[in-house]
Write a protein that binds this ligand. Structure first.
Ligand code: IMP
Ligand code: MG
Length: 185
């Protein structure tokens, strides 16, 4: 997220140009991901646990959940950076899952993998809860700025090195309501 001094001007849906990824393409891809995920987990004997990273991944998670044909539960985690004065990239979990994950099949849901630091920190914490398996589904993969090697098991779209908004992704808290994904220029 770039540094901001003044809050950005709201952009109205009618003023947005052509989407980098349209709502229609997202819907089609999320349906495909749901089918693929349902096949991979077809034989598990407990409901899949979707662990959604707040806040950006909530829109993707809501659609992905409804594209599954297997039972699934929902949990949420929230990562926040430590305040100034500590090493950059240090993350703490502001909210942790509520239910036990021991022996459960866990699918972590993220909006975009950038440096890879957020999911790497969250995965480390989740592994301590001894899940039977832990996989990662990300709507977007932006490999250009990767700092931590990250294995993404289910990827929606690989995107170029541009900051994006919409479909849950924000800039300074705004634009999550846009139905498609747009570059902020
Ligand atoms: P990472 O820890 O560097 O991989 O960053 C991932 C997190 O940064 C995501 O959960 C997003 O919240 C945020 N982020 C990274 N790139 C973008 C972007 O282009 N738009 C909106 N949020 C972003
Ligand atoms: Mg995020």
């Amino acid at each position: 997220m770039p540094e901001t001094s003044a809050p950005p001007e709201p952009i109205l849906k009618k003023d947005m140009g052509r989407a980098l990824i349209s709502a229609e393409r997202i819907a089609k891809r999320v349906e495909e991901m749901g089918r693929e995920i349902s096949e991979i987990y077809a034989d598990i004997d407990t409901p899949l646990v979707l662990v959604v990273i707040l806040k950006g991944a909530t829109v993707f998670a809501a659609d992905l959940l409804r594209s599954l044909s297997i039972p699934a539960e929902l949990e949420f985690v929230s990562a926040a950076s430590y305040g100034s004065g500590t090493a950059p990239g240090k993350l703490r979990l502001a909210h942790m899952v509520e239910g036990p994950l021991v022996g459960r099949h866990v699918l972590l849901i993220e909006d975009i993998i950038d440096s890879g630091r957020t999911v790497s920190a969250i995965e480390k914490r989740l592994r301590k809860l001894k899940p039977a398996s832990l996989r990662l589904a990300a709507l977007l993969d932006r490999p250009a700025r990767r700092e931590v090697e990250t294995r993404i098991d289910f990827t929606g779209f690989v995107i170029p090195d541009r900051f994006v908004i919409g479909y849950g992704l924000d800039y300074a808290g705004l634009y999550r309501e846009l139905p498609g994904i747009y570059t902020l220029t």
